[in-house]
Design a protein around this ligand. Structure first.
Ligand SMILES: N[C@@H](CCC(=O)N[C@@H](CS)C(=O)NCC(=O)O)C(=O)O
Length: 129
């Protein structure tokens, strides 16, 4: 179970890995299946340019309920992201597709969530700040 399906090897300036751990020690893994929530997380990773390893969790076979997967995500749902080089260089396990997307955007230094919602709206006279 949880086998890899290939590596996305895009790279962009914003996606370059920071100094610290050697490149082969840094790894983002995305555990998921062909569902909307998993696919949106995968799209965010593809768009980010960050290298990652997809790990398939076949829901139809109940792989989300194995002890191995439940250690990763006790809710038994996909997607789940594991970043061996998370904040402070620590391993991070993240669930919830929207949280994963925001994390990827921040890590890749993409500004789309910040531009859309996190800055005050000044042009129209209304403000959400
Ligand atoms: N709010 C969660 C929902 C995750 C979720 O419901 N995943 C479903 C597939 S789309 C799942 O893993 N179902 C397996 C199960 O419930 O056994 C997210 O956005 O990631």
């Amino acid at each position: 179970m949880l086998e890899g399906e290939g590596v996305s090897s895009h790279s962009s300036p914003s996606a370059r890995l920071s100094a610290g751990k050697r490149e082969e020690e840094r790894m983002i893994e995305l555990f998921g299946d062909a569902t909307g929530n998993s696919i949106r997380a995968a799209i965010a990773l593809e768009e980010s340019g960050l290298a990652y390893q997809p790990r398939k969790v076949t829901l139809a076979r109940g792989e989300q309920r194995t002890a191995e997967y439940l250690r990763l995500n006790p809710t038994g749902r996909v997607p789940a992201l594991v970043d061996s080089d998370g904040p402070g260089g620590e391993r991070l396990v993240l669930t919830q597709s929207n949280a994963i997307m925001l994390y990827i955007a921040e890590k890749a230094e993409r500004s789309f969530p910040r531009a859309a919602w996190r800055e005050p709206v000044r042009s129209s006279g209304s403000s959400f700040s």
